[in-house]
Write a protein that binds this ligand. Structure first.
Ligand SMILES: Cc1ncc(COP(=O)(O)O)c(C=O)c1O
Ligand SMILES: [Zn+2]
Length: 457
């Protein structure tokens, strides 16, 4: 269908579903933008609900040391901030195509404040029905490798560094399994903030290169990510750095939630849809869980804004069997996860032995009627190869886990081949490729018999 017809159809749909409240507003996008800008107006604990001051730097809850979540004046925003507005203004250029197209529900007073490299707005690719994907009629890959720092971590860091800068923070620090370090370093460079990153010594070399190339102070640690976290905490106490650890500041999750805001818009474009809606199932490679928790938050906000109804996708946590704290807790019916000793997996982003947001993830799995599953390194590497070979998406090993988990759930009939399944490709395989492929033919162009080599390979 051509895009102008699609666009007209969109207008008809949003009008008939009552999403347009005043048609004149659509003709004055700048006026709308002025009216709807509103930074978050609450910051409350995800566990004890204690509210916290919003205009000063905050980390964990002062009462119970659990994560803080930002809240927005959704009842007021509802009158102006509509899917129609987002779509029209993105199309006419008065609203960015990046994740900041949802700036009304991001921690900025105005778009000028955002520290952005153009993150978000990534493609949702229908899988080609080929090889192991043949049976799947409605499977899609949300390809986050197209972000500025080649992973979904760009979104979280754009939001966190934006807020850190506007709150006057002068130096930031974080532990990272790799991709977060590269993203933090890039956005800190963009904002002109010094950045300290602590990474396990065996982090993929590309992540280390990426972080130091952006001018971050990189420290390699003989240990796991939570050992790195301890050093960051000490550094913050001693040197006054601001701690940007996953869920230990409230805004990385705000950036990540934009993946959830994008999905219904993406689905509208891909499908012959008649309304904004969510998929049947989302499979997400889970370490600290910010993406999963962020998307769930986005769905709740969208429902309060009147964009979607109460239906939710089944959320699936994909982990590596060498480090699967959420899977273990889920299997045992627990509300909190135990730390994994000697955590080991090639999927470095999944090597998070203890996650501070464990109880939120487990709550989401229950509420969404989802599940959690672990796969071996061999299974996730094979699945990574299949994503690359059959779909042309050079996936990260973490994303291999999502496809490996999907296959298991299909085998168990927990997933049906006709269901709408979203697989998250959170980063690119390029970042992990340390050895060139072996046994490639090498030819000498001056030799006339060069093509014979190809016949023997
Ligand atoms: C490529 C990749 N996928 C998944 C994850 C896990 O993400 P989250 O912490 O949001 O669970 C990470 C974290 O480092 C990652 O780098
Ligand atoms: Zn609390």
């Amino acid at each position: 269908m051509d895009s102008s017809r699609r666009f007209q159809e969109w207008d008809t749909i949003v009008q008939s579903s009552g999403m347009i409240h005043d048609s004149d507003e659509l003709n004055s996008p700048l006026l709308n933008q002025d009216k709807v800008s509103a930074v978050h107006n609450t910051l409350s604990c995800a566990s004890c609900e204690k509210s916290h001051e919003i205009n000063i730097p905050q980390n964990l809850c002062h009462e119970c040391s659990k994560p803080l979540l930002a809240g927005y004046p959704l009842e007021t925003l509802k009158n102006h901030f509509t899917p129609n507005l987002v779509r029209h203004e993105s199309a006419d250029g008065s609203r960015p195509l990046s994740m900041w197209k949802f700036h009304e529900v991001l921690p900025v007073d105005s778009l000028d404040e955002s520290v952005s490299l153009g993150e978000g707005g990534t493609p949702l690719l229908p899988t080609i029905r080929r090889g192991p994907f043949s049976e799947l009629t409605r499977c899609l890959i949300k390809d986050e490798s197209l972000n500025p720092t080649a992973s979904f971590k760009s979104r979280g860091m754009a939001a966190a560094i934006t807020r850190a800068k506007s709150l006057g923070i002068t130096e930031v620090a974080l532990p990272s399994a790799g991709n977060a370090a590269g993203a933090a370093a890039a956005y800190a460079a963009r904002a002109g903030l010094p950045c300290w990153v602590f990474m396990p010594v065996d982090t993929p070399i590309t992540n280390i290169i990426e972080a130091s190339a952006s001018g971050a102070h990189v420290v390699l640690v003989k240990g796991l990510i939570d050992d790195c976290g301890k050093l960051v905490r000490e550094g913050c106490e001693r040197h006054g750095w601001f701690d940007l650890s996953t869920l230990k500041e409230p805004f990385r999750i705000e950036g990540k939630k934009t993946m959830g805001y994008e999905l219904p818009f993406d689905l509208f474009d891909v499908r012959e849809n008649t309304r904004l809606r969510l998929p049947d199932c989302i499979i997400y490679p889970t370490g600290g869980g910010t993406g999963l928790i962020g998307m769930w938050k986005a769905f709740d906000e969208m429902e309060q804004l009147g964009w979607i109804g109460p239906e939710r996708p089944r959320m699936v946590v994909a982990q590596a069997s060498g480090c699967a704290p959420i899977v273990q807790a889920w299997d045992l019916g627990k509300t909190h996860a135990e730390r994994i000793e000697n955590a080991a997996t090639v999927a470095s982003g999944l090597r998070v032995p203890a996650a501070i947001g464990d109880f939120i993830m487990l709550r989401i799995l229950k509420e969404s009627r989802g599940t959690a599953l672990a796969v071996s390194d061999q299974e996730l590497l094979d699945a990574q190869r299949e994503l690359t070979h059959y779909q042309g998406v050079f996936a990260a090993p973490e994303s291999g886990a999502t496809w490996a988990v999907a296959k298991k759930l299909l085998d168990r009939n927990w997933l049906k081949p006709h269901e709408e399944i979203i697989l998250f490709n959170t980063s690119t395989g390029i970042k992990y490729s340390q050895d060139p492929p072996r046994d490639l033919p090498v030819v000498d162009p001056s030799k006339t018999d060069w093509s014979q080599i190809l016949e023997t390979t």
